[in-house]
Design a protein around this ligand. Structure first.
Ligand code: HEC
Ligand code: HEC
Length: 234
């Protein structure tokens, strides 16, 4: 009910780029808190929704613009940002990027991975699947999978169902990043069973120390990703 009431209000607020002091922005984003948590940390018990806090601003901006411009598909998200201009989306992105990164895992051990699937997931994360041309996840997402500014997000602690769905979206073309879209290539090369194993493994990793994304240029991914050409707020 609360959520339904919040929606029309949010549309009004998001339609234009309001000029207000940064302290007020949380109030303007109250509708987002209903799904993404009061501090963008995600919601316990709503484990399809990704967290936002501490992800690179450039990455968050690209996703918001993606929902608006049809490079990502989700009815609620598209509806909320459909009339938002770039300046307002940059403000939202900068706000969530500056919040402390989420520290807890989405799945605290409820889902069991067999030792073989756990080993397979850890191999994908740390070594990749060279036979199928897949670099290690950590080669792009960072040794602690905390991300790389400005365009690569943390993957630790994300809900497994969300990650599996994103791989599906990359494969079927409904989620697209700037070219070269390196995640599409990763998603196309992995089997559904690999995707489920790695998604479950990721969902069980906390970011206990609250590590932030590595600064831009701290390391160079093994293949080019257009996502790294994005800009944070101008
Ligand atoms: C009804 C619940 C709901 C509300 C309200 C909502 N979101 Fe979302 N949001 C989602 C879901 C679900 C996804 C994942 C969609 C998908 O499958 O790609 C998402 C994805 C996102 C993403 C992409 C995150 C990533 O890591 O790629 C951003 C950024 C985002 N939302 C920001 C916002 C902002 C800002 C607001 C408020 C204006 C908001 N959301 C309101 C449910 C919601
Ligand atoms: C070549 C570099 C590269 C490799 C290797 C890579 N990623 Fe990514 N990943 C990216 C980029 C770039 C993005 C952002 C794409 C976008 O903007 O949509 C991303 C985004 C993601 C996201 C989206 C997170 C969210 O909040 O929506 C997930 C999940 C993900 N990667 C998982 C993985 C996994 C699991 C692996 C290993 C099997 C992996 N990635 C390997 C570059 C890479």
């Amino acid at each position: 009910m609360l959520r339904l009431l919040a929606f029309p209000l949010a549309v009004l607020l998001l339609a234009t780029s309001p000029a207000f002091a940064d302290e007020g922005i949380a109030e303007h984003l109250a509708a987002c808190a209903a799904c993404h948590g009061a501090h963008g940390e995600g919601m316990q018990g709503a484990e399809y929704v990704p967290h936002l806090a501490g992800k690179p601003a450039g990455y968050l901006f690209e996703q918001l613009a993606g929902f608006r411009d049809g490079r990502r598909v989700n009815a609620s998200m598209t509806w909320l940002v459909q009339f938002a201009d770039d300046a307002w989306l940059h403000e939202i992105a900068a706000y969530y990027a500056a919040l402390p990164p989420r520290t807890r895992a989405a799945d605290t051990g409820a889902t069991q991975l067999t030792p073989e699937r756990r080993e397979r997931a850890e191999r994908l994360v740390h070594e990749g699947d060279p036979e199928h041309g897949v670099p290690a996840c950590s080669a792009c997402h960072g040794a602690g999978l905390a991300g790389l500014e400005p365009g690569i997000p943390a993957t630790v602690g994300l809900p497994a169902d969300y990650v599996v769905a994103q791989f599906g979206h990359w494969r079927n073309g409904s989620r697209r990043a700037r070219e070269p879209d390196c995640m599409r290539a990763v998603a196309q090369a992995l089997s559904p069973d690999d995707v489920r194993a790695v998604a479950t493994w990721l969902s069980q990793q906390p970011n206990a120390d609250g590590i932030r994304p590595a600064r831009a240029g701290a390391f160079v991914p093994p293949v080019p990703c257009g996502a790294l050409d994005t800009q944070a707020a101008p």
